[in-house]
Every structure is written in structure tokens, then in C-alpha cells.
Design a protein around this ligand. Structure first.
Ligand code: HEM
Length: 531
């Protein structure tokens, strides 16, 4: 079956004059490119040498700003195919017909480090998927953890500033251990659940092919009757979930900083195409308040015992990009890129993301026309009255306003019966208040749930990770405050971490559920000193 995205790429690729004599950007043949034009045998170089000036200028302008987060990534093309029609829950065209393959581009990434940092650092991994559907692009911009560090997007700049290298010396550049992050964590208990994931082996995936992905937020499916259903998205790797151990991860950082990128590239080149299953957790709107947490709180999972994950389709990645910069670097994902049948909820983190991605891409990709870049270009037709701007690649004709009676442009808006995107008609009520909902208050129960779901050896790795990372924090009060926070998750965990980093063991919290101490906590030879 023809792949419409590949056909579109082939048209762009056909314009690349891969062979033939060298020319300037103006198409003028060049006779010589190894010596600049000089006055006499030994110079000076002449301003008149337009080939020299163009060549150097183009080189000088090769870099664009790297992403403010998720700067380092690896991407691949492939397809998504549903197992069955999901019409009962969503009208999204790409989730209707099991015979239809929808082209995708996926970018995996680390979050904290710059573009040139190492792959195998302890960090969250991005897992962003662009579906080129027949009704426009749908982006599922997820991570390999099902939860996030903060509940409201207004805190994102604070969180990212704390995570990034310290402003005075730009250290550390590649790991999660330093004073500012742990200062933030110790003062912001909403981070704790995701911090538990960050200290677990999930934060050092062995391969992008062996990594889960999560949409994190509760989104909304909407069916053809306009009925909504809450939905959480899960990607499950066919190869299972596998991690490195910390020593391996550190060794890989030195021996092969491209460890995960190379693995993805090489396996696709070898034809061993990685595959994921897409699963959904579905919650009827009538059950919105049936949980002991808020569905709008991105620091919470819906436990699978409460709502099982239903597989609805599979994704295969089978083509490497031709050009890293043109495709992987210039791809622009955005949580607000949705299609009819998929909508938002009032999760305050999601609402902030819906502003942030387009805003940052306007600067990162040099203006408003980046949807015309081949990797971002929908396979669905694009027609509107948006015009001009930097890097306009279209030659628009006809009217550029609506309504118009003179012809051209796109005078007709969708007929009420057409499958256009229509925002879900959710009732919104209330007074303006700048305050977190009390339903977002519990920061410890699910952190504890995660801890107690771990096997002994996984708990051991988590304690070692806390000791390693916190052991590097210079400010003793930050170490102590973090351990204090951990004592609300699990006392034995807090004591084990405290022992390794030279701070007093915290008091037992009367309200914290105390399970039987795990044998994993009575181990001796831990390096909690940051060595
Ligand atoms: C980039 C995921 C929260 C702002 C990314 C990327 C992913 C991602 C996967 C990389 C996209 C790519 O490969 O190009 C997430 C998840 C979040 C989250 C799962 C929470 C559930 C936020 C929040 C904000 C934010 C709260 C801001 C309010 C950004 C920005 C970029 C980015 C500015 C860079 C985008 C670009 O330059 O193209 N995020 N993010 N993210 N994220 Fe998030």
C-alpha cells in the first residue's frame, strides 16, 4: 500500500540535485572551491569573491537554537495500524479501519542535556509521535514515564531552571545530580512520585526499542455522536521493557555517547524494525470523580488494576531519516495538534503545554511557516488565509480573507455535517482563582505505591541511585530536607538513603503506611558517597 508521507518526501527529495557540477545558491556554476580569490599570490582576499562569501556566510548560519528541553534526540519514520475500529469512543479517522496504515514520525529524546550530551544519562526520555492522518496531523507528545514532576505548567520554567546546569558555571551538563534540582524537589513534594521513577531503572533505558511511552495527561476521545470518554495513552514495546544498570550506563557514556541513537539507527538499517502496541485506559465521563486522586493531575497514574489497558493498534518504525537536521532537528511536535475525535481536558499542565510548544517553535524554527518543512507537512491538504511571514514557501493565489465573494482562497467553511474539528462542548463554571485544587493535594500515596510495587533488587537500585545523586549535593540542609520528604513515602527508604549520605535518619511518620521492611534495604556495600 502506498505511504502518502513517503510519496510526499519523494517529491521533495526529487528536487535535491544530488549529482552534477557545483553551483552557488543562485545556480551559477562554480569553477573552484578550495582557494579564495586573492589580490596577487599572497593576498589579501577580495570582497568581490561572492562564492567565498556565500560559502562562509552559509556556514556561519548553520546552527539554530536547540530545543529548550529535549534537545538531544533520534527519529524514525514508520506507520501505525489500528487492530479494530474505535468508533464507539472516537471519530478519529486513523482509529477506524484496521486495513489503513497511517504514516508516523517518532522522535525519542533525553530531556535535560544539550544536543551534544550523552545518551545514557539518568533522565526522563521523550517519546513523541506525529501521525500524518487523512484529517491532519495528530501529535502524541509523551514521555517514557506515565507521570510528570509538576502539576501546573506555570511551574515549568522553575522546574527546568532547577534541572538544567547551574547558571554560574554550567555544571553539571549531563546528570540529574546537583543542588538546584534537589533543592527544588525538597521544597516541592508534588515532584516526588516522578522522582521515584527517575531514581528507578526506568530512567536508564537500554534501548529506545525497549521503552514504554505514555501520553501522561488524561485526554478525551469524542465519538461521532459528540460523546466524550477520558483516555490515557500507553505505548508498549514488543521487545519488553529493559534497562541498563548504572555502571553500564556510565561506561556507555564514555565509550559510546550515541549508545541509544546508534542502536535505533542500526536496527532499522538491519531491518529489525522496532514495534510498539498502543493501549488506552478508558474512563466514562460519569466516573470522573470515582478515584481517590484527580484525573486532571499529571502526577498520578490510573492504576491498571482499576482500569485495564486495552490494546488498540500497533506502530512499526521502518525508515531512518535522510537528513538529521532537516527531519529530526526540524520536526515540531505540539500537544495542541489534535484531530477530530481527540480533545483536551482541563489538566493545568496540558493547558500550559498547549501554549508553550507553538510559542517556542516560532523562535526555534524561525517564524510561522515551519509547518511547510517536509517533516512537519501534513499529508492532508492545507487551505486557509494565513499568509506571508519568514520563509514562506507557498505561492498563494486568490483571496486572503474571509468571507469573500470574489473567488479564490478557501471561501467555504466546513459544512456542519463535515467531519471538521469542533471543540468539545464541556461546561465551564466558576470564579477566577489562582489556587491549586484541593483534589491535587496528596503527593505521597502514589509515590509509595510505586516504591512498594518494586522487586527487592529494583528497590536496591533506587536506594543506590538516591545515595549516588543526593551524595553529590553540597548543601547538607537540602540532603536532609529531601530525606525528610522521602520519609513520607516510606520510612525504611528514607533511613536507607540517609545512612548512605551522612544525614540523620528522619523520624517515623505516624501517617505513613509502614510495610514490612524489604530485604533489599539491608545491604552493605553501597557507594553513597557519590563515587
Ligand atoms: C519538548 C514531553 C511538559 C514545554 C518536549 C518533547 C517531549 C515533551 C517528548 C520533545 C519533542 C521533540 O521530540 O521535539 C513532555 C511531557 C510533558 C511535558 C510528556 C508533561 C507531561 C511540558 C511543559 C511545558 C513543556 C509543562 C511547558 C509549559 C516543552 C518545550 C519543548 C518540549 C518548550 C521544546 C519543543 C521544541 O522546541 O520543539 N516535551 N513535556 N513541556 N516541551 Fe514538553
Amino acid at each position: 500500500m502506498a505511504d502518502p508521507k513517503q510519496e510526499q518526501r519523494d517529491r521533495f527529495r526529487a528536487e535535491d540535485p544530488a549529482s552534477g557540477p557545483m553551483t552557488t545558491d543562485q545556480g551559477v556554476p562554480v569553477d573552484h572551491t578550495d582557494d579564495s580569490l586573492q589580490a596577487g599570490e599572497r593576498g589579501p582576499t577580495l570582497m568581490e569573491d561572492f562564492h567565498f562569501r556565500e560559502k562562509i556566510t552559509r556556514f556561519d548560519h548553520e546552527r539554530i537554537p536547540e530545543r529548550v528541553v529535549h534537545a538531544r534526540g533520534a527519529g524514525a519514520y514508520g506507520y501505525f495500524q489500528p487492530y479494530r475500529s474505535c468508533a464507539e469512543f472516537t471519530r478519529a479517522a486513523f482509529l477506524q479501519d484496521p486495513s489503513v496504515k497511517t504514516p508516523v514520525f517518532v522522535r525519542f529524546s533525553t530531556v535535560q542535556g544539550p544536543r551534544g550530551s550523552a545518551d545514557t544519562v539518568r533522565d526522563v526520555r521523550g517519546f513523541a509521535t506525529k501521525f500524518y492522518t487523512s484529517e491532519g496531523n495528530y501529535d502524541l507528545v509523551g514521555n517514557n514515564f506515565p507521570v510528570f514532576f509538576i502539576q501546573d505548567g506555570i511551574k515549568f520554567p522553575d522546574f527546568v531552571h532547577a534541572v538544567k546546569p547551574e547558571p554560574h558555571n554550567d555544571i553539571p551538563t549531563g546528570a540529574s545530580a546537583h543542588d538546584t534540582l534537589w533543592d527544588f524537589v525538597s521544597l516541592q513534594p508534588e515532584t516526588l512520585h516522578t522522582i521515584m521513577w527517575l531514581m528507578s531503572d526506568r530512567a536508564i533505558p537500554r534501548s529506545y526499542r525497549m521503552m514504554q511511552g505514555f501520553g501522561v495527561h488524561t485526554f478525551r476521545f469524542v465519538n461521532a455522536q459528540g460523546q466524550g470518554t477520558f483516555v490515557k495513552f500507553h505505548w508498549k514495546p514488543k521487545l519488553g521493557v529493559h534497562s541498563l544498570v548504572w555502571d553500564e550506563a556510565q561506561e556507555a557514556q564514555g565509550r559510546d555517547p550515541d549508545f541509544n541513537r546508534r542502536d535505533l539507527w542500526d536496527t532499522i538499517e538491519a531491518g529489525a524494525y522496532p514495534e510498539w502496541e498502543l493501549g488506552v485506559q478508558l474512563v466514562p465521563e460519569s466516573d470522573e470523580h470515582e478515584f481517590d486522586f484527580d484525573l486532571l493531575d499529571a502526577t498520578k497514574i490510573i492504576p491498571e488494576e482499576q482500569v485495564p489497558v486495552e490494546p488498540i493498534g500497533r506502530m512499526v518504525l521502518n525508515r531512518n531519516p535522510d537528513n538529521f537536521f532537516a527531519e529530526t532537528e526540524q520536526v515540531a511536535f505540539h500537544t495542541a495538534n489534535v484531530v477530530p475525535g481527540i480533545d483536551f481536558t482541563n489538566d493545568p499542565l496540558l493547558q500550559a503545554r498547549n501554549f508553550s510548544y507553538l510559542d517556542t517553535q516560532l523562535i526555534r524554527l524561525g517564524g510561522p511557516n515551519f509547518a511547510q518543512i517536509p517533516v512537519n507537512r501534513p499529508v492532508a491538504p492545507v487551505r486557509n488565509h494565513q499568509r506571508d511571514g519568514y520563509h514562506q514557501g507557498e505561492i498563494h493565489r486568490g483571496a486572503n480573507y474571509h468571507p469573500n465573494s470574489l473567488g479564490g482562497g478557501c471561501p467555504a467553511l466546513a459544512d456542519p455535517d463535515d467531519p471538521a474539528f469542533r471543540h468539545y462542548t464541556e461546561r465551564v463554571d466558576g470564579r477566577k482563582i489562582r489556587r491549586r485544587s484541593p483534589s491535587f493535594e496528596d503527593h505521597y500515596t502514589q509515590a509509595a505505591l510505586f516504591w512498594h510495587s518494586m522487586a527487592d533488587w529494583e528497590q536496591k537500585h533506587i536506594v543506590e541511585a538516591f545515595r549516588f545523586e543526593l551524595g553529590k549535593v553540597g548543601a547538607k540542609e537540602v540532603r536532609a530536607r529531601t530525606v525528610e520528604q522521602l520519609s513520607y513515602v516510606d520510612h525504611a527508604l528514607a533511613v536507607a538513603v540517609a545512612e548512605g549520605i551522612g544525614v540523620p535518619a528522619p523520624q517515623e511518620r505516624p501517617n505513613t503506611p509502614q510495610p514490612t521492611p524489604s530485604p533489599a534495604l539491608s545491604f552493605e556495600n553501597n557507594r553513597g558517597d557519590g563515587s
